[in-house]
Design a protein around this ligand. Structure first.
Ligand SMILES: C[S@@+](CC[C@H](N)C(=O)[O-])C[C@H]1O[C@@H](n2cnc3c(N)ncnc32)[C@H](O)[C@@H]1O
Length: 378
């Protein structure tokens, strides 16, 4: 059996966008900084839902409105490092096995094989298990769309019902190997759920780069008022479908199809604030009007603006970063500097998923999925 699908070329070039800058309305202006200039190719799998994420060379339209970084004063927040947030799956998902550049996962009724560059070891389970699957992402054609999925047992529809943290949504075979949910995020979603449930008022949650909305739905189900922002009209459409499936049509969720940077800059000007902000930006992304998001260039400003739109009783600012060549310390120190004077603590590390075997109950090796850094009031 050849378990190694060909990987698409993900080489990245530095984008040439022009970032016009103007002074902020609050605090002292400082230099507009970049996190790093190195945007070299990453070996991590890219998350590329339709239209939202792009290679930087394809568009050079600037985000017109931007501002300088605020010079922060005061004590750095306490730090907790390294923090490894581990999930062994929950609800309808678990990682069965991994190895040889692949992972074998259970998503509801389906067993799925997808590329996983970080699985350098050999699979723990026999080939017969890896062959007895419902879907394989081949990535071995240049075609877009469902052509990249192979269904060895029977042709499958594009979607199927799933449930995580008691929220129903649709799993989905997308053209970019993704399945409509990033289950490693469940650790952050459980944290948001806990905060929403234990706070004696409806908290306001902003979910930036929200994709198919599972985090937004988990927060709304726990009583939060949610603002969900994503650049992809298609992803917002999927999120609304998920909202209906989760029977949360009446929950207070604003679905906003917009460039995340543009949105938060506007919220800052309007003085709108949130208790929890979740941000899961891609390394490169594009807003609906061609605005380029380049993580290494825009993350400092993004966090700076996010701090300004945290409410006085804010509970947390949660950042995940994936497919980047950086240590969690880069986002950790940036988060601490950004949150200077705010009290609380910054905890940073990795989100990992532990293999759980065929029955989902046999913990084995750990697969790293992304870096994270979060400021928490407590
Ligand atoms: C990896 S997904 C986020 C996944 C989500 N946190 C979850 O766990 O379900 C990244 C999302 O960012 C969106 N995106 C990319 N560039 C964007 C931009 N400039 N503004 C807003 N959203 C953007 C994409 O459309 C995509 O849905």
């Amino acid at each position: 059996m050849n378990k190694k699908p060909q990987r698409p070329d993900r080489s990245a070039q530095k984008n040439t966008q022009d970032r016009g800058q103007k002074r902020s309305q609050g605090g002292k202006p400082g230099a507009v900084g970049s996190l790093a200039s190195n945007s070299a190719r990453s070996d991590h799998p890219q998350r590329n839902p339709p239209r939202g994420n792009v290679k930087p060379e394809s568009v050079t339209t600037p985000v017109a409105e931007t501002r300088r970084l605020i010079t922060r004063k005061g004590e750095l927040p306490r730090e907790r490092v390294p923090v490894i947030l581990e999930s062994t799956g929950a609800g309808d998902f678990y990682l069965i096995d991994s190895g040889a550049g692949l992972k074998l996962e259970q998503y509801g009724p389906y067993r799925i094989v997808r590329p996983e560059a970080q699985a350098l070891w050999q699979p723990g389970l026999p080939e017969s298990v890896w062959e007895n699957v419902d879907a394989i992402f081949t990535g071995d054609t240049d075609e877009d769309g469902m052509g990249r999925w192979r269904f060895p047992k029977a042709a499958l529809g594009e979607t199927w019902p799933m449930s995580l943290l008691d929220v129903d949504f649709l799993g989905r075979f997308t053209s970019f190997r993704h399945v409509g949910v990033f289950p490693e995020q469940i650790v952050h979603w459980s944290w948001v759920k806990e905060q929403a449930e234990k706070t004696d008022r409806p908290i306001k949650v902003l979910n930036l780069f929200g994709y198919t909305g599972v985090a937004s739905l988990v927060a709304a189900a726990a009583g939060a008022e949610v603002t969900h922002v994503d650049a992809s009209k298609k992803a917002i459409g999927w999120a609304r479908e998920n909202q209906a499936l989760a029977r949360l049509e009446r929950a207070p969720i604003r679905w906003i199809c917009e460039d995340a940077m543009k949105f938060i800059l506007r919220e800052e000007r309007r003085g709108n604030q949130y208790d929890i902000i979740l941000a899961d930006p891609p390394k490169f992304g594009r807003g609906p009007n061609g605005e380029v998001f380049h993580l290494f260039e825009q993350l400092p400003l993004m966090l700076d603006v996010c701090r300004e739109i945290l409410s006085p009783k804010a509970i947390g600012l949660v950042l995940t970063a994936y497919s980047i060549r950086a240590s969690f310390y880069s986002i950790h120190e940036l988060m601490r500097e950004t949150m200077r004077g705010a009290g609380g603590a910054v905890e940073s590390g990795e989100l990992v998923i532990r293999e759980a075997g065929l029955n989902g109950r046999e913990p084995a090796r750990v697969l790293s999925t992304s870096l994270f850094s979060r400021w928490v009031r407590q």
